[in-house]
Design a protein around this ligand. Structure first.
Ligand SMILES: C[S@@+](CC[C@H](N)C(=O)[O-])C[C@H]1O[C@@H](n2cnc3c(N)ncnc32)[C@H](O)[C@@H]1O
Length: 225
């Protein structure tokens, strides 16, 4: 399943299975102290960031490639939501001649197929860039057991992509505890953070048997330019 389909399939359950995304998006918005009026958000999902804004703005442009997620996003007279893949030429074309007070993104850019290219387009368009990205140390134990290639960027890859800019980084680790294995695995499925979920039935069964932790591991990095 592609990442886009994964989010589209579980869009309606996303808001009940996104504790870490909610924590980090709140923290990200708290860091925006200059009340920007003209904002671009990448990978807006169902509007975690948007719901946290407590100031007036003139123009909020939010994009996401899952139309189902966009449908669940709150509406506002100064908000435009469009269905774009942030790695696509169509999106780059859409941004031509546009600038923003602030560009933000929470829990989305780790899936960029070409983060250096995306940043080279975005950074000249703003003086304030703030993002939080999951790193490939998320679900570390699961990847150790399955030996599957990681579908999201590592901290080093993220740092490498931001190297041409004066970026600062803050790395955080979270553990989310569960009462039962079933709850833990349901959380992975519904949160969308599992990405493209390439496990077949046998592999999934093996993982279920061999996963002995009662928690899930998450690693996120906050990036500010
Ligand atoms: C974990 S959710 C986070 C959503 C929201 N920002 C939040 O904090 O709850 C990741 C979002 O990024 C979107 N996404 C992932 N890759 C994308 C891409 N290449 N282009 C546009 N959106 C993408 C997904 O559809 C999903 O809505």
């Amino acid at each position: 399943m592609t990442i886009e389909n994964n989010f589209t399939k579980y869009a309606k359950d996303y808001d009940n299975n996104n504790i870490i995304q909610r924590i980090v998006s709140k923290a990200l918005v708290r860091e925006i102290t200059n009340k920007p009026k003209n904002i671009l958000e990448l990978g807006c999902g169902t509007g975690q960031i948007f719901r946290e804004l407590d100031w007036e703005f003139d123009n909020y442009f939010a994009i996401d490639f899952s139309s189902k997620m966009c449908e669940l996003h709150p509406k506002h007279k100064n908000l435009t939501i469009k269905c774009f893949d942030f790695d696509s030429e169509a999106f780059f074309y859409e941004l031509e001649n546009k600038t923003f007070d602030t560009i933000i993104s929470s829990s989305a850019l780790q899936w960029s197929k070409n983060l250096p290219k995306l940043l080279s387009l975005l950074i000249p368009k703003t003086k304030n860039f703030k993002a939080v990205l999951f790193t490939s140390n998320t679900f570390k134990e699961i990847y150790r057991i399955t030996q599957k290639p990681k579908s999201i960027l590592s901290y080093d890859e993220i740092k490498g992509a931001f190297a041409p800019y004066k970026a600062s980084f803050e790395l955080f680790n979270y553990k989310l505890n569960f009462e039962s294995k079933k709850e833990l695995f349901d959380y992975i499925k519904n949160s969308g953070v599992g990405g493209d979920g390439k496990l077949n039935f046998k592999e999934a069964k093996e993982l279920y048997k061999n996963y002995t932790l009662n928690y899930l591991e998450f690693e996120v990095v906050f990036v500010t330019i």
